[in-house]
Design a binder for this molecule. Structure first.
Ligand code: DGI
Ligand code: FE
Ligand code: FE
Length: 190
């Protein structure tokens, strides 16, 4: 699928504000791909497609989790987590995207996971720091990512976990596993 085609597809599926977020994530992911010597093509494609299922109604996301045989444990966590795994299956099955790294970058863009690829980290961080974001601590991550992608991912995970815990929202295990791994490597444990 070429990038223009991908943009047209998501434009039809998403509300306008979400589509504009998508274009900013694309742009940010491409910048990070250049900085960290990743494929700009893959970063752009994953950036454009990462939120493809974001505007699907909850009942449709639920049906998709059954239909694509995604982990039922997703139902025990915030429904905000469902659109990544569903989006990855949609672009694979409905739009013929075959690149596994691109599919994983979409799948894990919200939760993160242990042992993320460079592309997965790029999309995960780009989604957090795109110019439209105003999270507390986002400027610090924008600075750090110029020097160290893993440290930037660690900060995003830390901020997100703190935010969720403060609101008494459960944290998906993959998010903790990713945080632990990036924190270990910060300390030189592995
Ligand atoms: O889809 P976007 O708004 O662009 O960004 P996203 O996919 O990262 O957002 C989903 C939201 O989900 C994010 O702001 C935090 C929230 N969330 C809820 N439970 C969890 C979670 N995020 C993580 N990483 N882990 C959770 O368990
Ligand atoms: Fe998302
Ligand atoms: Fe997003």
């Amino acid at each position: 699928m070429d990038l223009n085609e991908a943009r047209q597809i998501v434009k039809k599926r998403l509300k306008i504000a979400r589509y504009e977020h998508t274009l900013r994530v694309e742009e940010t992911a491409v910048e990070l791909a250049k900085r960290y010597k990743e494929s700009t093509e893959k970063a752009a494609l994953a950036g454009i497609l990462h939120d493809i299922a974001k505007c699907d109604p909850t009942h449709q996301l639920k049906d998709s989790i059954y239909f694509y045989q995604l982990p039922k444990t997703l139902f025990n966590y915030n429904k905000e987590l469902w659109h990544g795994p569903v989006g990855a299956r949609v672009v694979e099955k409905d739009y013929g995207v075959t690149d596994q790294d691109v599919l994983n970058a979409i799948y894990y863009h919200t939760t993160a996971r242990e042992k993320m690829s460079k592309l997965e980290k790029i999309v995960f961080v780009a989604d957090y720091i795109e110019p439209g974001r105003k999270f507390p601590g986002v400027n610090e991550v924008r600075e750090i990512v110029n020097k160290d992608l893993d440290l930037a991912a660690q900060k995003v995970l830390k901020n997100t976990i703190i935010h969720l815990v403060n609101k008494d929202i459960k944290v998906y295990p993959d998010t903790f596993l990713a945080y632990n791994q990036f924190t270990n490597s910060m300390r030189g444990v592995d």
